[in-house]
Structure formats: structure tokens, C-alpha cells
Design a binder for this molecule. Structure first.
Ligand SMILES: Cc1ncc(COP(=O)(O)O)c(C=O)c1O
Length: 394
């Protein structure tokens, strides 16, 4: 009997999907920044504030009180109830705490569960670029196909409904939206969301709506596409505590979706995650019960920084739309004649300011840099002085 000799190199055993996923364009810069002294970073995508003390305290007390076990898969009932109330109060969307909400390990896991629950191999998911670095990879990891629609500075990075319609094929399962947006800091107005909703209903597609920055809005209050009539049935709302309550390390988010989707998300969660961290869930209860003044305090400070940074870029001659939410400015660096990557690299090398090239978020970000203002006003002022010197010296 012949025996087949198998290739003995174990490195040939890794998955093609895993191999083909591109590393994040942000990482390269942070490897450089990490080793650089006196560098001012506008690169970080998380609040510079520590978690408000009353929230941390509740987390600590929950350990002392022995809440260190698995929780129900869906989440702690009290937290689910509070999330449901929060969604009604803030965004006028109503999801049942018993069957339509799940607590997750950040929006990251909520997104993964959402995609896994609707995408079969070869299904298409539309993404609107420039967008959060994880979206394409997340879709590819569930063997879906990302279909990119670009948006442009001159159109305020608003998605063109005609372009959206044209991108829909019989294989389209969903469109993935993020507003306010990482990286543009801009949001989609209610009228546009209503147009997108119309298209989703007509073409029978699902909307995955990443609203992680909804609590950080400047001026207008946030409007969720799930609030449009007929949309609750086909929207998966993703949200969480990382940005709103400065809780990135607690890994806590949630998804709200109609029961037919949420049942599948819950099943996958039972096998892959079991439950979100228990202590973080108790801390989040405090965040929803008493954290509103902390959110307000942080948003007030972001507002001050946002006004300063957007004005400074425009004064320097790098056109910048005023962010409507989140904590990112996305100025156009094309007047310098440099590509976004060259701009970011030279700025880092010569003036020790770290920003992220817009191409990290997709081709249509190619004239832009993402500058996070989730850092102190002092840092922002120093960074803007250095950027001004850099641009003048070109
Ligand atoms: C648009 C967007 N969605 C999701 C996430 C991930 O959030 P979480 O910390 O809740 O996993 C981020 C983090 O930067 C983000 O910017």
C-alpha cells in the first residue's frame, strides 16, 4: 500500500483567508512613533480621557462583590434593559431587551457577529470609503466580498445614492454605514439616511449601522437610520462604550437588531465568546445610569479642540471640513503637492508629528490625513505649530 508523503512544513497550513488579509495601514506608523522621542501624536483613535472614576469604581466593586463569573450569553439583564431605554431616549429606536439586544466585546465583536449572521461565502457587502480600517478585513474573514463605494471631499464625503444603487447586485446582502465617521469626522444627515433607507427597502438589503461615535456629536443631535419607518426590521445597530465613555480597554459594546438576526448572532456568540466581560458590564450599568455628565464634559472638551484644529488647518491652507462628530479632522493636503503618505512620513521624520495618511482608510482618502484630537489641547497646539512650519517650508 502506498502512503502519500505530506509536505512537512507546518507554515503551509495557515489559511488562505488569513494570509490574504492586509495589515492595517495605521500600524506601520505606530511602529515608528513608538520608538521616537518628543513625538506629538494626532494618530490615536481612542479618548485621551481615563474612564470616569465612578464607572471604574463600579467595575472594581463588582470584583469585590464576586461578580467575576460568566453572565447570561446575551448580557446582564439590567444592562440590557438600560441599553434598550438609552436607545429609545437618545435615538427614538425601540429594541426589546429580551430578544433584540446583545452585549458584546466592543463594537468589534458586534460587527463580526453581525457579518457572520448574514453573510454566506461570495455574498457582497457594500462599504463606503474612506472607512474604518477593519471593515474590509472583517467582511473577507467571513468569506464575503467587500464592494467599495468612494466618497469625496467636494461632496462632503456623503454617499451618492445613485452610486449606491449601481453597486447593488443580486449578491448584495448589506451596506455597512458609519456615521459620525472614522476617519472623516462627518456624519450623514437625516435626509440622506432616509434615501439610503428607501434603497435598502426597495432592494431588500440589510443595513449594518456602526454608530459608535453617536454620543460625540457637535451641533446637531445624532439620527439613526433605524429610526426611519420600515428600517428597524432590516437594521443592525452597533454601538458601545469605548468612545462615548472612554472605556476602550473594558471591551464593551452592543448590537440591536430584529429577533430573526439577533437569534443567530446570539447563537454564534454562545460558541465563540460566551459573554462579554462581567465586570465591564457592571461598570456599563453605572455608565448608563449616572455617566451622562461625564460624557457631556468630554464632548465639551472635544468641541473646543475641534473648533481649534479645524480653524488652524484652514488658516494654514489645508482645507478642512468642520467635524460633525467623533474626534477626527480630515484635512486635504493636496495643496502641498504631496501625497497623503509622503506628507505623513515627512511630517513625522522632520517635525515629529504623527498623523495617519488617508489611504489607510481607502483610496478615496488619498488627498487627506486623519488627525485625532483625542489628545490634550497643549499637544494639539504644538502639533499645529509644527505642521504650519512644515507646510511653510515646503
Ligand atoms: C468606526 C469604528 N467602529 C468600531 C470600532 C471598534 O470599537 P470597539 O472598541 O468598541 O471594539 C472603532 C474603533 O476605533 C471605530 O472607529
Amino acid at each position: 500500500m502506498k502512503t502519500t508523503v505530506k509536505n512537512s512544513d507546518p507554515s503551509t497550513l495557515v489559511s488562505k483567508t488569513g494570509l490574504s488579509i492586509k495589515p492595517s495601514g495605521i500600524r506601520e506608523f505606530f511602529d515608528i512613533v513608538y520608538n521616537m522621542k518628543d513625538c506629538v501624536s494626532l494618530g490615536v483613535g481612542e479618548p485621551d480621557f481615563d474612564t470616569p472614576w465612578r464607572i471604574s469604581d463600579t467595575g472594581i466593586n463588582s470584583i469585590k462583590d464576586g461578580f467575576t463569573h460568566y453572565t447570561p450569553n446575551r448580557g446582564v439583564p439590567e444592562l440590557l434593559r438600560l441599553i434598550s431605554e438609552y436607545l429609545v431616549d437618545r435615538y427614538r429606536i425601540s429594541y426589546s431587551p429580551d430578544s433584540e439586544i446583545i452585549v458584546t466585546m466592543g463594537v468589534s465583536q458586534a460587527l463580526d457577529l453581525a457579518l457572520r449572521s448574514i453573510v454566506d461565502p461570495g455574498d457582497e457587502v457594500i462599504v463606503i470609503e474612506p472607512c474604518y480600517v477593519s471593515y474590509q478585513a472583517n467582511i473577507e474573514m467571513v468569506h464575503g466580498v467587500p464592494v467599495v463605494i468612494p466618497t469625496f471631499f467636494k461632496e462632503g464625503f456623503k454617499v451618492d445614492p445613485d452610486r449606491l444603487k449601481k453597486a447593488i447586485t443580486p449578491k448584495t446582502k448589506a451596506v455597512l454605514l458609519n456615521y459620525p465617521s472614522n476617519p472623516t469626522g462627518l456624519t450623514f444627515p437625516e435626509e440622506l439616511l432616509r434615501e439610503i433607507a428607501d434603497i435598502a427597502i426597495k432592494h431588500n438589503i440589510i443595513v449594518i449601522s456602526d454608530e459608535i461615535y453617536s454620543a460625540i456629536s457637535y451641533g446637531k443631535s445624532h439620527f439613526s437610520i433605524a429610526a426611519v419607518e420600515g428600517m428597524k426590521e432590516r437594521t443592525i445597530v452597533l454601538n458601545g462604550f469605548s468612545k462615548s465613555h472612554a472605556m476602550t480597554g473594558w471591551r464593551l459594546g452592543f448590537a440591536a437588531a430584529p429577533k430573526y438576526i439577533l437569534d443567530i448572532m446570539l447563537k454564534i456568540h454562545q460558541y465563540t465568546g460566551l459573554c462579554a466581560p462581567s465586570i465591564s458590564q457592571y461598570a456599563a450599568i453605572e455608565a448608563l445610569q449616572n455617566g451622562a455628565p461625564d460624557v457631556e464634559r468630554m464632548v465639551n472638551e472635544y468641541t473646543r479642540r475641534r473648533n481649534f484644529i479645524a480653524k488652524s488647518f484652514n488658516d494654514i491652507g489645508l482645507p478642512c471640513l468642520y467635524p460633525e462628530g467623533a474626534f477626527y479632522a480630515f484635512p486635504d493636503v493636496s495643496p502641498t503637492g504631496l501625497s497623503s503618505r509622503d506628507f505623513a512620513l515627512k511630517l513625522l521624520e522632520k517635525y515629529k508629528v504623527a498623523v495617519v495618511p488617508g489611504t489607510a482608510f481607502g483610496e478615496s482618502g488619498k488627498n487627506h490625513i486623519r488627525c485625532s484630537f483625542a489628545t490634550s489641547m497643549e499637544n494639539i497646539k504644538t502639533a499645529m505649530e509644527r505642521i504650519e512650519d512644515f507646510v511653510k517650508g515646503l
